[in-house]
Design a protein. Structure first.
Length: 271
């Protein structure tokens, strides 16, 4: 396959990033799905809150955190090589004006919006708010083989194989939503779970989506359809789904490897 000059440059830059980050952090080459971070000062109340406070500490590159419709940054500081961020997680009820709608409807290398398989599947859904829940439930039931450690797969391959992990669930979800004219985007970060690989109450690597409808971004996670405990999600970066490993993804994975997270108290408990 012949590559254009821009593709040569992009591949070269990608190689350099992999090489140098790999030198300083050998585990980067491992499947991100195996990454987990223990939650310090864990309290069971966190599973019943609408909003939670977490303190993140990262050693190395300056880490400023990420603001999303489900996450706000209350405080940041840096001492020596350690960046500290105080996060409030959970849904924000304010309305949001979408200024760049086309950005969240465009096709990418992994979304395959013009492929027959994506179009055919998307035709089963209408363009209304209930479509978000319908797509989430459909993807959850459609991918019947959970396989970790595989490269990012394009949506048409996910449809044919019916396999993947959280990344494939997210790619297919975003593809279907965008095909129906609903702006959608992907996020990379961590989710708090009661148990993972024998470890209790840890935050594990995860990818999920957000969909825009009714002047709000809605959290969409096709690995967990239904009501979301949004306070248990910590977003580290948005993923463009235009390339397998954009720079934002590298930074997120790099942060996870040196990340320490402390539960910093309840905000609002569901009754």
């Amino acid at each position: 396959m012949k590559l254009h000059g821009g593709q040569y440059r992009n591949n070269f830059i990608l190689f350099i990033l992999i090489f140098f980050i790999g030198l300083s952090s050998p585990v980067l080459s491992l499947d991100p799905a195996v990454y987990s971070v223990p939650l310090k000062k864990f309290h069971g109340i966190v599973y019943h809150e609408d909003h939670s406070l977490f303190t993140l500490k990262v050693r190395g590159e300056v880490f400023k955190g990420l603001t999303t419709p489900y996450q706000s940054i209350l405080k940041t500081s840096r001492k020596g090589e350690v960046s500290t961020v105080l996060l409030k997680t959970g849904p924000q009820k304010r309305l949001v004006r979408l200024t760049n709608r086309a950005k969240y409807l465009r096709d990418t290398r992994f979304l395959n919006l013009t492929s027959n398989s994506v179009r055919t599947m998307a035709a089963n859904f209408s363009k209304k708010t209930s479509t978000i829940d319908a797509v989430e439930r459909h993807v959850y039931g459609y991918i019947n083989t959970v396989t970790t450690g595989i490269p990012l797969m394009p949506a048409r391959n996910i449809i044919s194989s019916k396999s993947g992990d959280c990344t494939e669930f997210t790619i297919l979800t975003v593809a279907l939503l965008r095909s129906r004219g609903i702006p959608a985007r992907a996020l990379v970060g961590l989710i708090l779970v009661p148990e993972y690989q024998g470890k209790k109450n840890v935050l594990v690597y995860h990818m999920w989506a957000e969909a825009y409808y009714g002047s709000r971004w809605h959290l969409v996670d096709s690995t967990r359809p239904g009501r979301k405990n949004a306070n248990r999600y910590i977003a580290l970066a948005y993923h463009s789904l235009a390339s397998e490993m954009p720079l934002s993804y590298f930074r997120a994975i790099s942060a996870i490897q040196t990340l320490a997270i402390t539960y910093s108290g309840e905000v609002n408990v569901r009754r």
